[in-house]
Unconditional design. Structure first.
Length: 203
């Protein structure tokens, strides 16, 4: 009987393609072979679309674990671009909270190069203005924001798939969309390193 895969999902197709390319390299194959097959899929952007697409992917792939990852915007002014962030929970704008991580993940995740924070926030629209980012950080306590993770964790829980969502800071209040693309490759490299450590702990 074939082993159930670990599903690595991202919102953006380009994020997914870059991670798939990295883990298809010879250096990564020897490591990932020990934990079984990996599947790389993208969900599209936004909480509703990502949740709906994830449900379809789970039915197609029947994964034993889900790692949802990719890029996120920094809300906490102390965060720096390229840091890989692991919130203890993700929340929606209405305050609904979804714990990050479940059975099937190590009790202690690798701390390097992950930065563990209390909260990540999932929003419906991009948060671009520095003042809006500071306000969200102050009002919610969230360190980063994206448009998918909390909805993905909610769907994974409904489908009984152990799930974890970690993100790399791709833009901050002092950077713009040009910097997002300028530093995209470097940020995905940081994220790949963190994923390699996490997958090694799952072996």
């Amino acid at each position: 009987m074939a082993q159930q895969p670990i599903l690595i999902a991202c919102a953006l197709k380009k994020e997914c393609a870059r991670l798939c390319q990295r883990f298809s390299a010879d250096s990564a194959e020897a490591q990932t072979r020990q934990i079984g097959p990996l599947r790389f899929r993208h969900t599209g952007m936004g909480p509703d679309r990502a949740a709906e697409r994830l449900a379809e992917i789970v039915r197609e792939e029947n994964p034993r674990r889900l790692i949802f990852t990719g890029t996120a915007g920094g809300l906490d002014p102390s965060l720096e671009m390229g840091q890989v962030i692991l919130p203890r929970a993700w929340i929606l704008e209405d305050g609904s909270r979804f714990d990050n991580g479940a059975l099937g993940f190590p009790a202690k995740l690798p701390g390097d190069p992950l930065l563990q924070v209390e909260l990540g926030l999932t929003v419906r629209r991009p948060v671009l203005r520095p003042s809006a980012r500071r306000r969200l950080h102050r009002d919610t306590g969230a360190a980063i924001c994206d448009m998918e993770s909390a909805a993905v964790l909610r769907t994974a829980a409904r489908l009984s798939v152990p799930a974890l969502a970690l993100k790399v800071v791709s833009d901050t209040g002092s950077s713009g969309i040009a910097d997002f693309w300028k530093h995209f490759d470097a940020n995905l490299e940081h994220l790949s390193q963190a994923l390699e450590n996490l997958l090694a702990d799952l072996a």
